[in-house]
Design a protein around this ligand. Structure first.
Ligand code: CP3
Length: 344
């Protein structure tokens, strides 16, 4: 997968991993999760985090492991209190809604706070077969900021959207702080053994084109440039979910090696517009993975065939959901493993 991303080469079959491949849909994850007091203590205990990172690799023989952590560890390291409420998602307090709230965040010690994640990476690297890729990750600044401003998940994320539109120079202070923290975080992840970095911009699709340019494109471009000062060859994949036709400019302006596509993007469009310069990752609908059976077979083949001529990493268009039957993930990994490019 690393050579594919670095040299833009196709392989006999696409490498595969699945966003959110570790987690509650796996009984072996739920077992470990039930033994820790809360989700963050799982993220901050390298032995356990390394174990749950490896669970889906053992079960499905996937081509890449993604370190078990969360995009909200950065706000936690910056001094917001982050908790995960069963059935409701994350809660962050106090919310960040003004310049003085930004100034109150703890800029120092962020990297020390995140040391357990680097230990998880080095532990996973030492037990992962050398032909498997180890992926490190972070949230992109816009997506992390929307959780920090909103205080959790939300249907509209209106507080963040209106702040970024009405007082952009203030909001820029928060984004800039996240850019700096994220460069250091991903830099240390690479030093600890990550082969590839994935940046999750789950809420990129909330922004109109000028906001998308300022809050998604420019910060990610800065992170890529900052990371490459110390690690010039490290491949980066970005997931600007919901970016639609703005993906074209995003690809050119950020300098990423790969783009993770959400399920709404047609492979033909992506191959035509992005495929010559970028590795394409995606984009099976997670609901089809819940469905399984014949529809999964058809959809997986549609995607495999449509991306056959371009360097492609098989993945979902968003994360695996907790109600996914593990047998369907086994079915999908078999489909991808046994697929052969026809006539090429
Ligand atoms: O295999 C993996 O991908 C595991 C590592 C991982 C987690 N979160 C573990 C997790 C990764 C890569 C993430 C990314 C993440 N976290 C994103 C971006 C990708 C996406 O899905 O859009 C976002 C937006 C978050 C923030 C987050 N973390 C939310 C909204 C929630 C609650 C709802 C949910 O999806 O579960 C979390 C909690 C979380 N992160 C869990 C896991 C396994 C479940 C918590 C638990 O076990 O109690």
């Amino acid at each position: 997968m690393v050579e594919m991303l670095t040299n833009h080469q196709t392989q006999p079959r696409p490498p595969m991993w699945f966003m959110r491949q570790a987690g509650r849909y796996l009984p072996e994850y739920r077992k470990i999760r039930s033994d820790v007091p809360n989700f963050l203590s799982l993220c901050y205990t390298p032995d356990l985090a390394a174990e749950v990172t490896l669970q889906p690799i053992r079960r499905f023989d996937l081509d890449a492991a993604i370190v078990f952590a969360d995009i909200l560890l950065i706000p936690d390291a910056l001094g917001q209190t982050v908790t995960y409420v069963e059935g409701e998602g994350p809660r962050l307090a106090p919310v960040v809604r003004s310049i003085s709230d930004v100034e109150r965040l703890q800029r120092r010690g962020v990297s020390d706070h995140l040391k357990p994640v680097y230990s998880t990476l080095s532990q996973v690297r030492s037990s992962l077969p050398s032909d498997k890729t180890l992926i490190g990750f972070a949230g992109a600044p816009w997506t992390v900021a929307v959780y920090m401003v909103e205080g959790g998940s939300s249907s509209q994320f209106m507080a963040a959207r209106s702040w970024s539109a009405s007082r952009p120079d203030e909001f820029a202070e928060l984004i800039e702080l996240l850019v700096v923290a994220t460069i250091d975080y991903v830099d240390q992840q690479v030093a600890a053994g990550a082969d590839v970095i994935q940046l999750f911009d789950t809420w990129a699709g909330l922004l109109p084109p000028p906001g998308f340019q300022r809050w998604c494109v420019e910060p990610v471009a800065k992170i890529v440039r900052g990371l490459r000062v110390r690690h010039p060859d490290i491949p980066v994949i970005a997931f600007p979910r919901g970016a639609g036709t703005m993906l074209h400019k995003y690809d050119q302006a950020t300098g990423v090696n790969g783009i993770s596509l959400d399920p709404t993007i047609t492979p033909e469009w992506a191959c035509e517009v992005l495929g010559r310069s970028t590795v394409l990752q995606g984009n099976l609908d997670p609901a089809v993975l819940v469905a399984g059976g014949e529809v999964l077979e058809q959809e997986a083949h549609r995607i495999l065939e449509a991306f056959a001529a371009t360097p492609h990493v098989f993945n979902l268009g968003h994360g695996i959901v907790p109600e996914t039957p593990p047998d369907n993930v086994a079915q999908l990994s078999e489909i991808v493993r046994s697929w052969q490019r026809s006539g090429r």
